[in-house]
Design a protein around this ligand. Sequence first.
Ligand SMILES: [Zn+2]
Length: 460
Amino acid sequence: MAQSRKGKSKIIWYLFGLLCLLVVLPIAWILVAKFENEKPGLNVTGQSGFIGLSQEFSIEVFDGKSGVQKVWAGLLKDGKETLLLEEDFPAVSFMKGSDIHKKTFKVSFEPRKEGITDGRAILRIVVRDSSWRDGFKGNKTYKEIELIVDTKPPSVDILTRQHNITQGGAGLVIYRVSEKGTKSGVKVGENFFPGLSGYFDDENIFMAFFALGYSQPKGTQIYVKVVDQAGNNARAGFYHYIRKKEFKKDVINISDRFLNWKMPEFDDRELQSSQASLIEKFILVNSKVRKENIEQITKPGENTDNILYWEGSFLRLPKSATKAIFAEHRTYKYKGRIVDEQDHLGVDLASTSFSPVPAANRGKVVLIGVVGIFGKSVVIDHGFGLFSLYSHLSSIDVANGQTVLKGEIIGRTGDTGLAGGDHLHYGMFIRNTFVNPLEWWDAVWIKNNITNKISMIKEQ
Ligand SMILES: [Zn+2]
């Protein structure tokens, strides 16, 4: 009897143990999982600290454990909260919680339509996960971002009159912007020429040198564009007249002598000694390599000093004959067959071999070295986006970053790169666009189109 009683109590203990294993432990495990205390993650992107006329930004939320239960965003301005986003994600099952572990919400709104006025505001964002903590409301991540609501577009006053631009030529427009911290410049078709302040005492006055590409047509849209920190845009048209220009056409016959002389240099540098024939190599160099070289040459155009280094007309290589002009369209022939067509973006000037090359005007050397078809080259920044280029040099006598005076010798002419004989390839460009140097060699053109405009504003 006593034995069996002992046995019974043993069984009860076993059952109790089993109960613990099957019920209590799972419950404990569930409670630990359901009461997880890892806060959800929150990122705000596309926010610059300003809210413009129409605003869009992204809120990214993530929660690896119980999942996101709620996302809420509001804009607090003058004690009034405007709801921007509110989404709930109920648990998909008892065990799983929410199935939103990572999600990006796009928030877009127009402050004026919501009755939000300009001034300081606070963007408030709350994310909660599906944990049972905080009375089943979940772990909370909260973020506040201070912002400025600015729905007023900037305004622009054009200060210069008369803008006559020739195809392949340059222009200057000076304008005043109503607010600080804007990005502005001139749109010429699809091209953009940033304006820079710093020349006039009033730092809201900008100068923008711009170029009309030689192939851009008469109807090209030209206007000043301003974007403020809140992303508000403004445009201002200005009176301008586009003069059409015909460009010369020329045929260049490529000889085997020229190919045998020039191609080895490119084999080594650009073509890595491919098995192609010499004329095939030439075509590759003349088209693809040329394009890359032009990009390399005009790269300094992205950064220019807001110092007007130059003064008066630009110097032309002394005692030299013009061998090719700007934007000349060249048809390349080999053994009577047309093999390529390209446009010549500078002026070729020939003097005696190894002639000293003067800097066309005062400026800062921003590029020296061998640049493919251009050979040994020097680029000078004359300030506010205007640059000059000296190519096919046999030697370079200046260092990068050096300031040079007008007429200072920067190197000697030569035939490096794709030159068929000793000459200087002289180019000028504004930012990323080559322009006709003839304008800059002409003191009258400079006076009428550039310096008179600047001095008129100085006198005001
Ligand atoms: Zn040339």
